[in-house]
Ligand binder design. Structure first.
Ligand code: SF4
Length: 359
């Protein structure tokens, strides 16, 4: 069975592969246009591509490797897709509607080994990395869903913040970025793409050196080592001092602003003291940092964490602002469906397990 996704190739890789198999460079442009502009779902629909080339593609690649498993739609227009991979694993992808456009949150791994203590996704450890094709295909599936609705809508923004740690699947994530920013294809603006990491320091340096001009977000969630280690065990491997050094390097190297993600957990990290400590941490790079405050979506499995009171959220925000730090309280999406990242997937896996026990 052929399982190689055509979406896994960058334009240069496709052109080189076709050339190696006796086809001229312009064939790659044609195939690319059919995939990403005309968005065909079958090689046979590439009517201007010659028969030999179609047969060659059919013998070596597939267009679809994901199938729709479950779809949840929220009243605010958020759509959560649960896709089934060829090997039966399930992954989650989310489409969100904003005033500025449509964004898609993609998954990079089946499960996650980082084990952040508040996260529904990390409850299921990593089974495997997704290929670059499987990451691109999540976007193509969502785009096909929009195409089928017939309203002319297009995915405009991407956040690499779904299940998994993107920097733990670095090469595939980089190939994925190359495909989606390619001007001949989907042409998603680099400034409209954000990659989020839990803080794998060596990869932050490597990412800065790639010069791919997309945005970087760091999941910080605590302003000191003691608290961060309690919330995120990755802090043991990459403590705050090392993380801050890598952030400084990234800012210097790229001259881009960095986003800091901070989930507010009631009575854990949401006090004024922590807001002041957080502000102090970024005092010398105020212009280059933007802090996203994220109200926590409680999950049954992590009953030790609750959502911060609205008063605490506002007080935290005000304290950062008074210290001159750029920040905002993140707008929530899909609150009437399984809102927390990975929640739909973990519920579905549990449901399917329970059903198989009952049968
Ligand atoms: S928050 Fe991200 S990095 Fe942490 S466990 Fe969840 S998916 Fe993994």
């Amino acid at each position: 069975m052929i399982t190689n996704s055509i979406y896994g190739l960058t334009f240069e890789q496709l052109a080189a592969w076709l050339l190696k198999h006796g086809h001229k460079q312009y064939r790659a442009s044609q195939v690319w246009e059919y995939l990403y502009r005309k968005r065909v779902t079958n090689f046979s629909e590439m009517t201007e591509v010659n028969k030999d080339c179609i047969v060659l593609l059919e013998e070596n690649f597939v267009i679809h490797t994901l199938s729709h498993h479950v779809k949840q739609e929220a009243s605010d227009g958020t759509v959560k897709f649960l896709f089934k991979l060829k090997d039966g694993n399930l992954i989650e992808t989310v489409l969100m509607r904003h005033k500025y456009g449509l964004s898609v949150c993609v998954t990079t791994q089946v499960g996650c080994n980082i084990g952040c203590s508040f996260c529904a996704s990390g409850l299921l450890t990593k089974t495997r990395d997704l290929s670059s094709g499987e990451i691109v295909e999540q976007i193509m599936n969502v785009q096909h869903h929009l195409d089928n609705a017939g309203n002319g809508e297009k995915v405009s923004h991407i956040v690499v913040m779904g299940i998994g740690e993107p920097f733990d699947n670095f090469e595939n994530m980089i190939d994925f970025l190359k495909v989606i920013i390619d001007q001949k294809g989907l042409a998603i603006g680099s400034r409209h793409i954000t990659v989020s990491t839990s803080g794998i320091v060596n990869k932050i340096y490597e990412f800065a050196d790639t010069n791919i001009p997309v945005n970087l977000a760091i999941s910080l969630h605590a302003p000191n080592n003691d608290l961060r280690t309690k919330i995120m065990k990755i802090n043991r491997a990459y403590p705050l001092e090392k993380l801050m050094d890598s952030i400084n390097y990234y800012i210097e190297k790229t001259n881009r602003r960095i986003t800091i993600e901070y989930i507010l957990l009631k009575d854990v990290n949401d006090h004024i003291d922590e807001a002041n400590e957080l502000a102090a941490l970024f005092q010398d790079k105020k212009k280059k940092v933007y802090i996203n405050l994220i109200p926590y979506n409680p999950v049954d499995e992590h009953s030790q964490y609750q959502r911060s009171e609205q008063e605490s959220v506002l007080a935290f925000y005000d304290t950062l602002k008074k210290n001159g730090i750029n920040c905002k309280i993140r707008q929530e999406h899909g609150t009437d469906i399984d809102a927390a990242c990975g929640q739909l997937r973990s519920k579905q896996i549990k449901k399917e397990k329970d059903n198989s026990i009952t049968l």
